[in-house]
Design a protein around this ligand. Structure first.
Ligand SMILES: Nc1ncnc2c1ncn2[C@@H]1O[C@H](COP(=O)(O)OP(=O)(O)OP(=O)(O)O)[C@@H](O)[C@H]1O
Ligand SMILES: Nc1nc2c(ncn2[C@@H]2O[C@H](COP(=O)(O)O)[C@@H](O)[C@H]2O)c(=O)[nH]1
Length: 194
């Protein structure tokens, strides 16, 4: 059975953290903990949700080539460390990455065998309702995330799969089906034999 590098991207508030937690709890995926310059939200833990670092620390990691991908998202820097991915690959473990569409597009070039899933909200109005109900963002940050969500939705056709998170258990069922199908898929070969 091949180990999966599963990349999940979504507009802020679409529910990727919710779905990723289920993948970890129920399917045993290891979570790739990113580095970020964003301050922690209430309840977030260092080393579990993110490694929270200063912009200076982040930039020196970039200059030392310690990220496989990084991007500026909603005014903060986020990156996946090389160590995080290489360790999982070396152990043959499934790895789950929750990263934005820019990061997904960079990783596609380095890891063509990775599986790219876009989680879409049922509508932009429902996305706004969820973000407001979560209550973790100021009005200014929320508006920035909603504006960016409209742009991010246009990236969906570049992903291998699109899962609409209308209802958590139904959307999770789609993810389970994707994981099962991908485990049965042999590595891609360039040409069919004659
Ligand atoms: N299918 C759903 N129906 C209703 N509410 C949902 C659903 N999925 C997630 N939520 C809720 O919507 C809010 C946003 O979800 P979540 O934090 O998982 O989004 P996210 O995509 O990880 O956002 P961000 O990128 O900002 O961290 C949360 O309060 C979550 O409980
Ligand atoms: N390119 C990357 N994007 C990342 C990474 N870790 C998280 N993210 C994305 O940032 C936004 C905002 O996240 P939030 O936790 O502040 O709401 C979201 O789209 C994440 O998927 C990363 O390492 N690289």
């Amino acid at each position: 059975m091949r180990a999966l590098l599963l990349v999940v991207s979504a507009p802020s508030g679409a529910g990727k953290t919710t779905l990723c937690r289920l993948l970890i709890e129920r399917l045993g995926f290891r979570f790739s903990v990113s580095h970020t310059t964003r301050p922690p939200r209430p309840g977030e833990e260092e080393g579990r949700d993110y490694y929270f670092v200063s912009r200076e620390e982040f930039e020196s990691m970039v200059s030392r080539g310690e990220f496989v991908e990084w991007a500026e998202v909603h005014g903060h820097l986020y990156g996946t460390s090389r160590a995080e991915v290489e360790e999982a690959l070396a152990r043959g473990e499934d790895l789950l990455l929750d990263i934005d569409v820019q990061g997904a597009s960079s990783l596609r070039r380095f890891f063509p065998e990775a599986v790219f899933v876009f989680v879409a909200p049922p509508s932009l109005s429902e996305l706004e309702r969820r973000l407001r109900a979560r209550g973790t963002e100021t009005e200014e940050v929320l508006q920035r995330r909603l504006a960016r969500a409209r742009e991010e939705m246009t990236f969906a056709p570049w992903f291998d799969y699109v899962v609409v998170n209308d209802e958590v258990e139904r959307a999770f069922g789609d993810l389970v089906a994707i994981v099962r199908a991908e485990r049965c898929r042999p590595p891609r070969l360039p040409l069919w034999p004659r």
